[in-house]
Design a protein. Sequence first.
Length: 758
Amino acid sequence: MTELIEALNPPVADRGTGSVRTGTPVSRVDGRAKVTGQAKYAAELPAPDLAYGVVVSSPAAKGRIVAIDTQAALAVPGVVEVLTHLNRPKIRSFDIAYKDMTAPAGSPFRPLYDDRVMYSGQPLALVVAETFEAARYAASLVRFEIDTEPHGTKLSANLERAYKPKPLKAGYEPPPDEKGNTDAAYAQAPVKIDAEFYSGVEHHNPMELFASTVIRDPSGHLTIYDKTQSSQNSRWYVSHVFGLSKNKVTVRNPYVGGAFGSGLRPQYQLTLAVMAALHLKRSVRVVLTRQQMFSFGHRPETVQRVKLAADNDGTLRAIWHQAIAETSPIEDYVEVVVNWSGMLYQCDNIKLDYKLVKLDHYTPIDMRAPGAAHGVHALEVAMDELAWELKMDPLALRLKNYAERSPVEDKPYSSKELRACYELAAKKFGWDQRPLNPRSMREGTELIGWGMATGVWDAMQMFARASAVLHADGKLVVSSAATDIGTGTYTVMAMIAAEALGLPLEDVTFQLGDSTLPVAPIEGGSSHVTTVGSAVAGVCEKLQKTLFKHAKALSHSPFANTRFKDVEFTGGALRLKRDPQVALPLAAIMNDSGVVRLEEKYLMLPNMLKQRKFRRLVHSAVFVEVRVDEQTGVVRVTRVTSAVAAGRIMNLKTATSQVVGGIVWGISQALHEETYADHRLGRFMNHNYAEYHVPVNADIHAVDVIFAEEDDRIVSRLGAKGVGEIGIVGVAAAVSNAIWHATGKRLRSTPMTPDKVL
Ligand code: MOS
């Protein structure tokens, strides 16, 4: 039985919202709770007798702890305990216990496990006190003596150690085998380019700090409010690491203040908070500082090389794309960087290569459109370079080589309205007015440039369960252990259910964010709508059928001789499609049948046999205008037009917001974000909001999002493909290409800061 869990306090639409159709713009049902502070985040949940933990991080990048001095810390009034690897409670030792659902190949990090220091910023101790202030002060007094060893954190100095990773990660596809003979085709072609690209480390900076509040009840049961993209992933992890059975641990994440990859894996504050709660037998909260959020994963530093060759008419003859990225000593973090270069353009000779180098940092982690954000960047800047070599319009070059089937594997696309994206966005942007030559447009001290790029991302579907309970008063509660990181899950799932049963939106509650709810995947890979949405549609269809059966069985039923395909659910009633006046309100059906509640459950399994026959992607075309100040090198992105083909759009407003957010992050990747390491210390240095730059309002100007019409029933029964990540892909390339068009200077490393532009 899946009843409403009071503590989750799921949001519902305002009274009077009424019926809404999927595809229309609908405001987030959680919006009011979030902006008024009613939504409670992991660090905010109250608990009686709560202790506060503060993490002490390693100052050294590599070595062994030889001595720990906790005396001064323990002497601080209010300090309860200092946990280190010497006195922590028992945790499991074997690798598999630490493998969360998204772990790559290797041996996951085990917090406070032993005396080994593997990276700067590694958590070495947890100070627990009666107040946060006492814990924070005491944490500054803990001293470690570390026997240091030489470390290596510089990718460029270690490229010769690159190796091919093991492809063991859910959802990861290694590069395909070579198609044709790329080297020979490259050698023979009349027009070619060969370019190297660099993308620096980027760190996650969601507004909400990473936090876990572990509430221990007298029986020993742990209810954990965790900042995560999957309550069930965190529950699974805690159970395995500490050997606690499933019914001893509940994880909740009803509200998440941004994540986009940082919450895919359980982070160490969760492990440490549980450790302290078990050790002290009381409730414990651990919140990481902004600085400490630079110590649990990042978008990996990556070097790439792209060679393209074409005939004089622009026909592509060779695509060669190589990437070398960093990973940690313990795990092979893999992402799809180069494969996109074999999915976008028709070409007979394609060679793709991806390697890793182990550096003494923590394992990198997914960040919005992992792999594509910088992999497609390199390809799309290279395409722009090739277009200039050919003296061809960059859009015309893309259209010339438009792929009707996925080139390397020679598979059809499940759907591909990229051509419509190019046309819609180019028209809206006014691309046909673009002069071919760089340095052709200026206004005052600013050079103006126009650039474009293609974007691509996967259209994935995983499996999920959903349950639905319809009450006699017409209220519907639909449940799945999904997550809403601010992307609109609550809203879209409620819309799907409300439309299916013809109910006003405010009568539908979608509850998510609790590990005891029906199984749902992590909120990642832009797959929540295709996956959880399809489960919601499935469970609602079961409810429809049950209601219909009850309606037919009523005496004098107007539906006695009707088939299911001839009815619809609108305006709170079951109706005949061809004569909507013939209707029975849902409440009346239940009442007259003597049922007070109807419950259905549904398991949504993707049709993998069918899906496998197709390459399933979302696409975009991004057009950008930049203005570059000739004296200062400051770049302003003054206009962005992005057209996206992502299947059926379920909520125009939240989908648009996703793409706008992706574009903002793309501008950030292009111009602002980079974490710099001091390689002598092996440490990321600009780990704060003052020195780690992200765009502010003044950096973002006109952003225009268009959706190309697309409906893909191979990816999901809803026709949707997902919009979470596509917005960022290609944006930085379009900015780079626009900077070249403005200035004549080709920039191949991100971020494109004024020193590089000048
Ligand atoms: Mo996304 S990087 O799968 O949260």
